[in-house]
Design a protein around this ligand. Structure first.
Ligand code: MN
Ligand code: MN
Length: 453
């Protein structure tokens, strides 16, 4: 079906200024913990309050819950009884990266390095020979949380994973890509000055600096979550500035647009919920991931403060009557790699929010295939609000595939469908999205929250 390009009808200034703020958000939110902090700051500015501050919840109240600093959920209480169902937009705020191992520090050939274990699906070669930052927390045995952020400030040093020079890469160049770069090769260069110690003289320099600057010892790495992420900043891309390039747009592009939409929602009919999950990139496991009971526990707490009583049927009815946009990126058609897409069912830049009825792999395995009735309702909401949308699949049949949080929410008896922004270079250190599509996602989430049906 021929679709017109959004840029021909969009107010360009609206999309551009929206994305200027989005770029600021990306730069401040390179880890899931920082993304939670950014979301909390924006929520407080918009009049949201932490759940503990409410003794009861009434229509129009704006509330948020944090889950262990890595997952946050916001809600605006609707005018309908909550058991008539909520409108949920769920995105994730974790992104592929290199995590430090619990014992990361070693020295070799007059240099000091960190060993890493990559997180999520990466093409390992993309993480070599680029500047990297180190961001995260170290928890000491007395419970103190030491925040580490090296590389993001213009005065900071940066880090890198080295790569082999082409002159000596004859053997490397003929290897298969997944064999040429192994997980154990992704060691991060962090120092090269020796001390006069007998043993570990290069390591000791780093340990001395860490002790002085952060008061942490080598053993403290055991209880740390330290992430190596690309150091470069998000930026407008193109001579026409029509795109955004950044690390972590999967899925912070949907997190930010969903967040902006709920922050601007006042007294909806259905209670509006924006869920920003951690751990999507590694299968949504764990108590900050979408598979956690945290989501149900949050709804149960909400119901209790709205109704001043609780029974399990309220929760079950709320879930059963709820609807959800599982808001995650899709793979847009890339002019350099067109063969991986089936052109009639693909996401194109500038054609609005992408709707995936299903994701999965090998014959729709491991996906929630949205009910046609629900797809029809979403089309109606978008059409009534003049929001451009396109249907897509994640690439050609049997070429690969992927999943999102949709299936875990759908399994709770919630009508769920994947919608999101098409990306190029997904999971690379610098991912590209169209500003028109980003703006269209924001408009779509606003319309979804405002739906009166
Ligand atoms: Mn994603
Ligand atoms: Mn992903």
């Amino acid at each position: 079906m021929e679709k017109t390009n959004l840029w021909t009808k969009l107010n360009h200034a609206d999309a551009m200024s929206f994305c200027d703020k989005y770029i600021d958000y990306l730069n401040a939110s390179k880890t899931e913990r920082l993304a939670v902090k950014s979301a909390e700051t924006l929520a407080l500015e918009a009049g949201f309050k932490p759940f503990e501050k409410f003794t009861e919840l009434n229509p129009g109240d704006k509330v948020y819950f944090k889950n262990r600093g890595k997952n946050i959920v916001l809600a605006v209480i609707g005018s309908d009884d909550i058991t008539c169902g909520t409108a949920i937009v769920a995105a994730h705020i974790d992104s592929p990266r290199l995590d430090l191992k619990p014992s990361p520090l070693y020295e070799d050939s007059n240099m000091t390095l960190f060993k890493t274990h990559y997180y999520g699906g990466i093409k390992k070669y993309q993480w070599t020979a680029i500047p990297l930052s180190l961001i995260g927390v170290v928890i000491k045995t007395d419970g103190t949380c030491v925040e580490v952020n090296i590389g993001e400030n213009p005065q900071d040093p940066v880090f890198t994973v080295t790569d082999l020079l082409p002159h000596l890469a004859q053997e490397q160049m003929v290897k298969k890509m997944n064999e040429a770069f192994t997980g154990e090769d992704l060691n991060v260069l962090i120092g090269s000055i020796p001390t006069d110690c007998e043993k570990d003289k290069y390591k000791q320099t780093i340990l001395d600096i860490l002790k002085e600057k952060y008061d942490i010892s080598e053993e403290d790495f055991a209880s740390a979550e330290l992430e190596i992420v690309p150091q470069f900043k998000a930026a407008s891309v193109g001579i026409d500035r029509s795109m955004v390039g950044s690390y972590g747009q999967d899925d912070r592009v949907c997190a930010y647009t969903a967040l902006k939409a709920i922050l601007e929602t006042d007294l909806p009919k259905r209670t509006a919920v924006c869920f920003l999950a951690d751990k999507e990139e590694i299968g949504s496991m764990g108590n900050t991931g979408m598979k956690s009971r945290f989501f149900e526990n949050f709804l149960a707490e909400l119901i209790y403060k709205i109704k001043d009583e609780y029974n399990d049927l309220y929760l079950r009815r709320t879930l059963s009557a709820s609807m959800c946009l599982s808001s995650d990126v899709s793979a847009a058609v890339d002019p350099n790699y067109k063969s991986v897409n089936e052109p009639m069912n693909s996401s194109y830049f500038g054609q609005g929010i992408s709707i995936c009825k299903y994701t999965g792999a090998r014959g729709k395995s491991s996906t929630s295939d949205a009910n046609a009735e629900f797809v029809g309702l979403i089309r109606k909401i978008l059409d009534e609000n003049n929001i451009d949308w396109q249907m897509c699949e994640l690439g050609r049949v049997d070429l690969g595939g992927g999943g999102t949080v949709a299936q875990y929410i759908a399994n709770l008896d919630v009508d769920t469908i994947d919608v999101g922004v098409g990306l190029l270079s997904m999971h690379a250190p610098f991912e590209i999205a169209s500003k028109a599509d980003i703006y269209s996602a924001y408009m779509a989430y606003k319309a979804f929250y405002a739906y009166k049906g």
